[in-house]
Design a protein around this ligand. Structure first.
Ligand SMILES: [Zn+2]
Length: 318
């Protein structure tokens, strides 16, 4: 598993396993407004500016070309073949398991495993919850990208957002800004999101990460005691930072908030969210580098990439 697909395996995948029913309606219904891009060699999507107007045409292209990778734009155009007449773009969040700043597994950078893929899944669900609760967004679609997850938002309200506004939403859902001191303990809104992101990080923190943050080693060690971590977590649920402040001291607490902000900002690929002309891996297509399917996820709670995204040819490899 995770080894590159051969050209023969790609052809077999598109001929025998791929089907139009695996392409989500939100793409099938807007084919002619999107730019399509293909990577035929594994060197990146160099074949761009493609117009595909019907499902039958998409089927024909994928089966005959059996591309290394296939992409479609998150943006809608009146003339996608020229990338002209921009009408709006989905709001997209991208978490890649290979780039997680903190992990519970022993993957080296660039690798993924069941553990970090599941952490990525849990994280993208948290992002979706904030978008639902704090932004009242409803049209949320999850896609397993092959090594992580895309969250694609299609509510009318987001489509015409410009990059700067998208960056602000990103900072909000990720916890990429330290709340103002007097608002830190606010029960609702952004400070609550920031505290939830701290809660997620608490179980992943270790001495090594804290060493570079400016927190004195003795104070870091005191925080990492299981009993202290439990108390800190309980207080954060209630909106209080009392033990954190006490254990870390004034300077250490400031360093801690900055560490959290930095780790939060590294969770999502910001370039994907702010780029309003991006192309994104097409759900149903093959991620040939790792031999996994890019899958439209209907039930994110129960999704398991090792059950639902492994192509048949991988199972039948010698
Ligand atoms: Zn891993």
């Amino acid at each position: 598993m995770f080894s590159e697909a051969t050209p023969a395996e790609r052809r077999r995948y598109y001929r025998e396993e791929w089907g139009l029913s695996q392409v989500p309606d939100f793409i099938l219904d807007t084919l002619s407004e999107r730019e399509f891009g293909f990577d035929h060699t594994g060197d990146g999507p160099n074949d761009r500016y493609n117009l595909i107007t019907t499902p039958a045409q998409l089927e024909g292209v994928l089966i005959s070309a059996a591309p290394y990778a296939a992409y479609s734009s998150v943006s809608f155009y009146s003339r996608p073949e020229r990338r002209k007449g921009w009408r709006g773009a989905e709001l997209v969040f991208d978490v890649d398991a290979k780039d997680l700043p903190l992990r519970r597994c022993s993957c080296v950078p660039g690798e993924v495993c069941e553990v970090c893929l599941d952490d990525a899944r849990g994280y993208i669900m948290e992002v979706a919850e904030v978008l639902r609760e704090d932004f009242a967004l409803k049209e949320l679609h999850f896609v397993y990208s092959g090594r992580g997850y895309h969250l694609r938002v299609l509510d009318e309200a987001v489509l015409e957002m410009q990059s700067q506004e998208r960056a602000q939403v990103l900072d909000y859902v990720a916890g990429g800004v330290i709340p103002e001191a007097e608002l830190l303990e606010l029960r609702r809104g952004y400070p609550r999101v920031f505290r939830q992101r701290i809660l997620r990080l608490l179980s992943l923190l270790n001495r090594e990460v804290m060493r570079g943050s400016g927190i004195a080693p003795k104070r870091a060690a005191a925080l990492l005691r299981p009993k202290t971590l439990r108390r800190v977590a309980n207080e954060l649920e209630e909106g209080s930072f009392a033990t954190l402040r006490e254990v870390l001291g004034v300077g250490g607490f400031a360093c801690f908030l900055e560490l959290v902000r930095r780790l939060n900002a590294e969770m999502l690929d910001a370039k994907v969210t702010v780029d309003v002309k991006r192309i994104l891996r097409l759900p149903s297509s093959l991620h040939s580098k790792v031999s996994m399917k890019c899958v439209y996820v209907k039930d994110i709670e129960r999704f398991d990439p090792f059950k639902h995204a492994v192509p048949r040819f991988v199972r039948e490899r010698d």
